[in-house]
Design a protein around this ligand. Structure first.
Ligand code: DSN
Length: 420
């Protein structure tokens, strides 16, 4: 499909204002380099399921036990999603109804804890996630949150700190995973600590679920009591969440999701999850996952060759965190300049960041979306050159203008979706 072909003929005729904003977004996605580490491009098949008539159906409950009638097709769809995701990750149980990663985590909190219980999680400032207990988040207000961080020397999880905080605070739950941690996580080490203090061990694999599905990195499933995830990042499904668990936790998680937290599931999104899980079970998805990592590593190495520093010395996954202090530039200025140049990333705090959280000293860059478009190492090296040029002087609009034109030429050669 070319950039000039709108996909929205009926909507255009009925509601030009909304259609035009959506069309603007489609062109933005197609004509720029999407490098936000948590974004991806779903296949047409996933998009069709997400836009299907299942949006019309109420199906409160679970397959075979619904409150409303007329749920037979919904049962089929949800069973497909459950069976496929269990097969994909080798888990005993799966709940596929969470609307998002944050509500998936909320359901786990309600299943495993009472308000006031203690949680030990990676701090947001060191790569964790809001829903793991930041003070402004619901979790931070209903539970006592203790944070571990990364070591100053290698910027990787400080296991001595995890163990000593666990012994001191005896948390009911220990969480790992986050949104800006580029290295592999030693899940076995976490489980040993969790067992020692009798804590529930939750891994939030939202960012790297697709890499686990493609067997490109080790799985948390054999180590954690419960694994939560989004489905739209590296996993390349619709915007939503899932929760995997063992047989002991499965029924408690189901109860916490519905009726504990949610009402009717978004059946169109559950259907899109089933399609995405089916895609992730194919051998081609393993190639995709490996290429995502090769692309992130190539991008990182190329940026280092231009004098930039990578947090934690590089990446084992789909994302890199760039420390811009060598260039004396803030994350905010760099991300804005890159947007003008047609390259979308986000400003991101780096560990021990001297800047405020709305400014930051870093940018987070990810490879999942461009890898879905078919870009490989050669393109990553080219893009790294553009990124380095733009962030070196974010005030130089002539560089941004030139790079914007080069980005337009490059993106014109790549479709948005893997099945186009
Ligand atoms: N907003 C997501 C991310 O970008 O990592 C996490 O929820």
């Amino acid at each position: 499909m070319s950039v000039t072909d709108s996909e929205l003929s009926i909507l255009e005729a009925q509601d030009a204002a909304v259609a035009s904003a959506i069309e603007e977004e489609r062109r933005r996605q197609l004509g720029t380099l999407e490098m936000i580490a948590s974004e991806n491009f779903v296949s047409r098949a996933v998009q069709e399921a997400a836009g299907s008539v299942l949006t019309n159906k109420y199906a409160e409950g679970y397959p075979g036990k619904r409150y409303y009638n007329g749920c037979e097709p919904s049962d089929k769809v949800e069973n497909l999603a459950i069976e496929r995701v269990k097969q994909l990750f080798g888990s005993e149980c799966a709940n596929v109804q969470s609307h998002s990663g944050s509500t998936a985590n909320q359901a786990v909190f309600f299943a495993a804890m009472k308000p006031g219980d203690t949680v030990l999680s990676l701090s947001l400032a060191n790569g964790g996630h809001l829903s793991h207990g930041h003070r402004v988040n619901m979790a931070g207000q209903f539970f006592k949150i203790v944070n571990y961080g990364v070591s100053a020397d290698n910027e990787q999880i400080n296991f001595d700190e995890v163990a000593s905080l666990a012994r001191e605070h005896k948390p009911r739950m220990i969480i790992t995973g986050g949104s800006a941690y580029p290295r592999l996580i030693d899940f076995a080490k976490f489980r040993t600590i969790a067992d020692e203090v009798d804590a529930v061990f939750l891994v939030d694999m939202a960012h790297f679920a697709g890499l686990v599905a493609g067997k490109a990195i080790p799985s948390p499933v054999p180590h954690a009591h419960i694994v939560s995830s989004t489905t739209h990042k590296t996993l390349r499904g619709p915007r939503a969440g899932i929760i995997l668990s063992n047989a002991e936790w499965g029924p408690k998680i189901d109860k916490a999701v519905f009726p504990g937290l949610q009402g009717g599931p978004l059946m169109h999104i559950v259907a899109a999850k089933a399609v995405a899980f089916g895609e992730a079970l194919k051998p081609s998805f393993a190639n995709y996952a490996k290429q995502v990592i090769r692309n992130a590593q190539t991008l990182g190495e190329a940026l280092v060759s231009k004098g930039l520093r990578l947090v934690a010395g590089g990446t084992d996954t789909h994302l890199i965190l760039v420390d811009l202090r060598n260039y004396n530039v803030t994350g905010k200025d760099a991300a804005n300049a890159l947007e003008h140049a047609g390259i979308t990333v986000n400003k991101n705090a780096i560990p021990f960041d001297p800047q405020k959280e709305w400014v930051t000293s870093g940018i987070r860059i990810g490879s999942p979306a461009l890898t879905s478009r078919g870009m490989k190492e050669t393109e990553m090296r080219t893009i790294a050159g553009w990124i380095a040029e733009v962030v070196k002087d974010p005030t130089d609009e002539s560089i941004q203008k030139r790079v914007r034109a080069q980005v337009g030429e490059l993106t014109a050669n790549y479709p948005l979706r893997a099945d186009e």
